[in-house]
Design a protein around this ligand. Structure first.
Ligand code: GLY
Ligand code: MN
Ligand code: MN
Length: 446
């Protein structure tokens, strides 16, 4: 994600970031929050990976540039945003494009102060000298971490503290995760659009599905659809797993040719203005499910529908998983794959061989978005404006003796949903889940 000078906040309103900072200021007391935008990662020698700002940094500043640091401190009812940004280097800009100068950043981003990044070491001791706690994510920006620790041992800091250390270095998640869990209108607009882009691109991708076609071709077709529709690209590595590869949960080498009679599981999501969608569909490569594939597909589809139906404010997220698991277990019993009583299966969790992951995760700036799933030792209860996935699956890698007829069946169905005041809204309705509709999509598009 390069900085777009015409739309430096990716089209989001500056007031949005200001309001979020106000909320943070109200929680900070005499503590300080220190965030890094992240650095450009090297791919090789002098070639760089595309840059994407750290989500928390963007969430509070709207700034998309690399190598920046934001410090937030409260002054009672309000607070300061102090930014450290690389100074312009016209020679470098000839290679990597124009950046904003300090004054422009100050004006556009509502900062109290903006300094050159090279001055961070000089300013940090005084900015930290009175901080009660320091909110900083350790283990991510090592340079900044070193600077933070050396600043805390700086004479100026020691003196003004009377040799007291800060009360702690805490993860910023404790301030920000619960804010990020509830999406505002501008965020929902991006997630909705990312979901539509993803759904439409899935439909289009199916025109390329067929025996002999490379998994990588479906990946390329899907991601072409994302870019064509204005997304910055995939929010995570696209998974195109045919045959046994569909049983590998985060398979992304996408290097096999698809074979007639196999299923292909495609899990992909567009990223739009840093917000993600996340969809999975499983298709028969040659357009028709075999009887046995269809019987497993129907079980996953039932579980998916049941999980979605249960979504509503006041329901615990763990309950969504429970009803989904229950449907999967009933299906596995009907198919003769599991034996014994439902209670025993649930207690011993023997279903986990076939369904090893959870049903849902939060969705937003991060594909597995922030927000705890437990609150005070209890499952978190759903509330309006949360966005999450429902994604049951069943996987039969060629490992489980006695289940040869199911080998290499890997099926997941995943959709994105918004919790509303009265229930939920499906953000991905353009893509069907019924087996017949899935088959006809593959066939119609051939
Ligand atoms: N694509 C990763 C997931 O569905 O969680
Ligand atoms: Mn997901
Ligand atoms: Mn997914």
């Amino acid at each position: 994600m390069d900085c777009n000078l015409k739309e430096p906040m990716l089209g989001f309103s500056p007031e949005l970031f200001e309001a979020r900072r106000k909320t943070v200021f109200s929680k900070l007391d005499n503590s300080v929050l220190l965030l890094s935008s992240g650095s450009v990662k090297k791919k090789s020698h002098d070639i760089e990976f595309p840059f994407r700002p750290e989500s928390d940094f963007f969430y509070l500043t709207g700034l998309c540039e690399s190598e920046c640091v934001a410090l937030l401190r409260s002054n009672g009812s309000d607070g300061d945003l102090v930014l450290f940004v690389p100074v312009r280097d016209l020679n470098k800009e000839r290679w990597t494009g124009e950046r904003m100068g300090l004054e422009e950043i100050k004006k556009r981003y509502g900062a109290t102060e903006v300094h050159g990044k090279h001055q961070l070491g000089q300013h940090l001791p005084s900015l930290l000298s009175q901080a009660g706690k320091i909110y900083f994510r350790t283990g991510t920006d090592h340079q900044l971490e070193e600077l933070l620790l050396s600043s805390l041992n700086h004479d100026q800091v020691q003196e003004s503290r009377g040799n007291r250390k800060p009360a702690g270095i805490l993860d910023p998640g404790s301030l920000l995760d619960d804010m990020r869990l509830f999406k505002d209108a501008e965020e929902l607009d991006r997630i909705r659009r990312a979901a539509v882009i993803t759904s439409e691109s899935f439909r289009e991708m199916l025109a390329y599905c067929g025996p002999g076609v490379g998994e990588w071709e479906l990946e390329a077709a899907l991601e072409f659809g994302f870019r064509k529709r204005g997304a910055s690209g995939p929010a995570y590595p696209t998974i195109v797993g045919s045959g046994g590869n569909g049983c590998v949960l985060h398979y992304s080498s996408n290097c096999q040719r698809m074979e007639s009679g196999d299923l292909v599981l495609v899990d992909g999501g567009a990223e739009l203005d840093l917000y993600a969608a996340d969809i999975t569909r499983t298709f028969p490569v040659s357009g028709s499910f075999s009887e046995i594939q269809k019987s497993v597909y129907e079980v996953v589809k039932e579980a998916h529908g049941c999980g979605i139906k249960r979504l509503a404010p006041g329901v615990a997220i763990e309950n969504i998983h429970e009803v989904t698991v229950m449907k999967l277990v009933e299906g596995l019993l009907d198919l003769g794959i599991l034996k014994g009583s439902t209670d025993e299966i649930l207690e011993k969790e023997t279903y986990k061989i076939f369904f090893p992951h959870k049903t849902s995760h939060w969705l937003g700036l991060d594909i597995h978005d922030v927000g705890t799933y437990m609150v005070q030792d209890r499952s978190r209860v759903l509330e309006p404006n949360m966005v999450l996935t429902v994604e049951p699956g069943l996987y039969f890698p060629s490992l489980n003796k006695g289940l040869e007829e199911f080998f290499n069946i890997g099926i997941r169905i995943e959709d994105d949903l918004l919790i509303t005041d009265s229930g939920s809204e499906l953000l991905t309705p353009q893509l069907p889940v019924n087996a017949e509709e899935i088959e006809s999509l593959v066939q119609v598009s051939k």
